[in-house]
Design a protein around this ligand. Structure first.
Ligand code: ATP
Ligand code: MG
Length: 316
């Protein structure tokens, strides 16, 4: 089986229990939950039984331990996750606004994540990888951009494939070099997994369909557009495949896109046709939103199969 590797931020997430605006008053909070977009992604890859690993860095603290223990328990190779003797594990505080949007307070650039580099352990992990997944949120510093570029080059040089989810957070979009780095990744990925509105950041076009045309013309093999509860679609040279979202009660949308992307990549690498990979991805995204905590709703293959069968039974 193909080995999937990712590189980027590991954080704990602490969330406000009630919706509202920001963090300027004392709040009821729940957490820490293991998190970080690439960490959620790779945890979901691991739960599906695909060989996988992550290049990252945590502090020598409980927040780091929480993440390392979870990833290892779910089958992720953590040999390239360094433990920083000084800096603390990254964190993200999140509060949902009444309109469903989110406010974040991130401690990523100043955390152990800042020290991520392609050391010997990282190079060894990447040397054994067949596929690299990159999250735009991980390109938060020139050092991370450079480490990611090197990892992409190494995987491509040995004939591997690359997937890219821009995962743009407005709090991070203006980090030095971020916009140029995002564009550079688009030019080198095989599989592009944006959210609908993110498409327009990457094209001249001002509607989403024309933006996908432009991106395919640049050499990306397939574009999978995520639209939350409105579903997802897959476009490549042979046309479009649409996948409606499964009907579930949304408890916490964080992590849906990461679990969706992970499932899509796993089944794409296993050679399933786009419609089938997309169905598994949508099931993974739907199951993810039914659990509070970004990584808590990651699924096994048996859980996805049971969910899809149950949904067929429930269909009118
Ligand atoms: P994020 O804003 O966290 O980065 P994203 O844009 O990457 O999210 P989403 O589009 O929110 O990802 O979710 C990915 C997929 O998960 C959707 O295409 C859909 O299939 C599924 N999904 C997300 N939210 C829901 C929901 N409320 N109900 C059912 N399925 C959902
Ligand atoms: Mg996302």
């Amino acid at each position: 089986m193909k080995k999937v590797v990712t590189i980027g931020e590991i954080v704990v997430e602490v969330m406000a229990t009630e919706p509202g605006l920001g963090f300027r008053e004392p709040l009821a909070l729940v957490g820490p939950f293991p998190s970080g977009a690439p960490a959620i992604f790779i945890d979901q890859v691991g739960r599906l039984g695909q060989p996988c690993g992550m290049v990252g860095r945590v502090g020598a603290d409980d927040f780091g331990r929480l993440n390392l223990d979870r990833l290892a328990a779910d089958g992720v190779d953590v040999s390239a996750i360094g433990v920083d003797p000084v800096a603390a594990t990254g964190s993200a505080f999140v509060r949902y606004r009444p309109d469903g949007d989110r406010d974040f307070v991130f401690n990523i650039r100043q955390s152990a994540n800042a020290g991520i580099a392609l050391d010997d352990a990282a190079r060894a992990l990447i040397a054994g990888a067949d596929h690299l997944h990159v999250m735009g949120s991980s390109l938060f510093s020139p050092a991370l951009v450079s480490a990611t570029d090197d990892a992409v080059a190494a995987v491509k040089a040995k004939g591997g494939t690359v997937s890219f989810d821009p995962n743009v957070r407005r709090e991070l979009l203006d980090a030095p070099g971020m916009r140029a780095a995002l564009a550079g990744l688009l030019d080198r990925c095989d599989l592009f997994l944006p959210s609908g509105p993110e498409l327009l950041l990457f094209a001249e076009a001002d509607d989403e369909e024309a933006a996908v045309d432009e991106i395919l013309a640049r050499g990306v093999r397939a574009v999978v557009v995520k639209r939350g509860a409105a579903g997802a679609d897959h476009r490549d040279a042979s046309g479009i495949v649409r996948q409606p979202a499964f009907a579930v009660e949304e408890v916490d949308p964080t992590g849906a896109g990461d679990c969706f992307g992970a499932a899509f990549v796993v089944f794409w690498l296993r050679g399933l046709p786009p419609a089938e990979a997309l169905r598994y991805a949508a099931a993974a995204g739907a199951r993810a939103v039914t659990r509070r905590g970004p990584m808590e709703g990651a699924s096994t293959l048996a859980e996805l199969d049971a969910f899809i069968v149950a949904d067929r039974g429930a269909a009118p």
